[in-house]
Design a protein around this ligand. Structure first.
Ligand code: NDP
Length: 445
């Protein structure tokens, strides 16, 4: 495999798609050895086939705001690869959404879904629509308008979207209602549904819980646990709040959360009623980071800064891509961080990852650490297909088991001669092998 040639061809075809090119390069660097060891991959041109999405939907979404003005947004669905199961991946609503970001997320999703041990292919979608500051009625109208395009492409056996940044239970509800009406069926076409209409217990907190289960396994390789550790978390969304609850439950102290405008440092720990308070603010669509520092006077708000300057044992970046750079990584290492587990997708830049690996820090990428979200979505699909609902304990045990299995796969494929586990390599190789072999089995299609 000639990596530089593949990358330069890809760059020519996808100019300026920085995030997508970054994600492809990372996977390719990791799989070079297995690719060479298995010449059948090269003969079937697996690389060129896996980096090209099966199809891309890009559509106009027109909707009417509360003042009667017509608004226009852009909607997307990238169906990347369905070698091991129907397309599966979240929808993101955020003004920064573009083709590059969704292609990077869809590409990553192929390998993440493969790691979960469940039969799910990779996809992603979303819109540059910003739900912030919109009324419920506006969000509903937007979701309904988007579904008018999306429904032709998705289905419980073909493509099953879910939530991501800006898409939680409320948005999934509006999307589902419109799909049901258009398709004249009541099936598990979306995951992250409400508990009363086909959702799974634990799904809202699954990504954060799963991230902490994964980090627990990483720490165990060094005979360590969460107990007594200081944890820095970024963001305070779907992923971050679950992670904060589970880390606290395991005996750690979470001291930071963040938003795009800065971070909160609370030396007394962010847990219990403080998390309930944050969740209430979040549910009512309000800013959460600044108000926290007024409500809990021991806490400090650091405007325009990132939480990585705070001394901690464990760092869980749970906000967004490329939110932890080279200097942040240097600071974390200098402050004695032991474990960095990515709750978000690609939050660390390649330079930051290099620093963690050079310093032999326990570092694991989002596609392994945050796979508990899509895994529990897979469990939601199973429950929908069986038309039953598993109790909380059963879902949690299955999630825990899946996270341990992902960890085991990463160690199997990522452990070097010196005993250091390169989780980036381990996750990429394990995820790739399953998909590549399925593609070989199914011929050129
Ligand atoms: P949410 O929108 O629920 O939360 C994102 C959080 O990050 C919000 O608190 C947001 O603050 C904050 N944030 C956004 N941009 C920045 C920034 N530049 N700096 C600091 N904080 C920021 O999203 P999710 O929790 O769902 O997703 C977070 C990450 O996890 C994404 O990378 C997503 O792809 C990934 N992921 C999510 C899964 C899920 O199940 N939800 C599953 C697997 C991965 P504010 O609200 O103020 O903008």
């Amino acid at each position: 495999m000639n990596l530089e040639k593949i990358m330069s061809d890809l760059e020519k075809k996808n100019p300026g798609e920085v995030e997508y090119l970054q994600a492809v390069r990372e996977v390719h660097e990791s799989i070079q050895d297995v690719y060479t060891e298995n010449p059948q991959f090269e003969s079937a041109n697996i690389i060129e086939r896996i980096i090209e999405p099966d199809r891309v939907l890009m559509c106009k979404v027109s909707w009417v705001d509360d003042s009667g003005k017509v608004q226009v947004n852009r909607g997307y669905r990238i169906q990347f690869n369905n070698a091991i199961g129907p397309y599966k991946g979240g929808l993101r609503f955020h003004p920064s959404v573009n083709l590059s970001i969704l292609k990077f997320l869809g590409f990553e999703q192929i390998f993440k879904n493969s790691l979960t041990t469940l039969p799910m292919g990779g996809a992603k979608g979303g819109s540059d629509f910003d739900p912030k500051g919109k009324s419920n009625a506006e969000i509903m109208r937007f979701c309904q308008a988007f579904m008018l395009e999306l429904w032709k492409l998705i289905g419980p056996e073909t493509d099953i979207p879910a939530g991501d940044i800006g898409v939680g239970g409320r948005e999934i509800g509006f999307l589902y209602g419109m799909y049901k009406k258009l398709a004249r069926e009541n099936t598990g076409v979306l995951t992250g549904k409400g508990l009363n209409w086909g959702g799974s217990l634990i799904r809202p907190e699954a990504t954060g819980f799963g991230a902490v289960y994964f980090a627990k396994e990483m720490l165990a390789t060094k005979g360590e646990t969460f107990k007594g550790k200081t944890v820095c978390i970024s963001g305070f969304g779907n992923v971050a709040w679950g992670a904060a609850i589970k880390a606290t439950e395991l005996g750690a102290k979470v001291v930071t959360i963040s938003g795009p405008d800065g971070y909160i440092y609370d030396p007394d720990g962010i847990s219990g009623e403080k998390i309930d308070y944050l969740l209430e603010l979040r549910a009512s669509n309000q800013d959460i980071v600044k108000p926290y520092s007024y409500e809990f006077p021991g806490a400090q708000f650091h405007q325009g800064k990132r939480p990585w300057e705070v001394k901690c044992d464990i760092a869980l970046p749970c906000a967004t891509q490329n939110e932890l750079g080279k200097e942040d990584a240097r600071t974390l290492v200098a402050n004695g961080v032991q474990c960095v587990a990515e709750g978000a997708n690609m939050p660390s830049t390649p330079e930051a990852i290099e620093i963690f690996l050079e310093n032999k820090i326990l570092f694991a990428p989002g596609k392994a650490v945050n796979a508990g979200g899509v895994a529990t979505s897979g469990l939601e699909m199973s429950q929908n297909a069986m038309k039953l609902s598993w109790p909380l304990k059963e879902v949690d045990e299955r999630l825990h088991h899946i996270m341990c299995s992902i960890h085991e796969q990463c160690v199997r494929h990522g452990k070097g001669k010196d005993g250091y586990v390169n989780y980036v390599k381990g996750a990429n190789v394990a995820g790739f092998l399953k998909v590549a072999n399925a593609m070989l089995d199914q011929g050129v299609i």
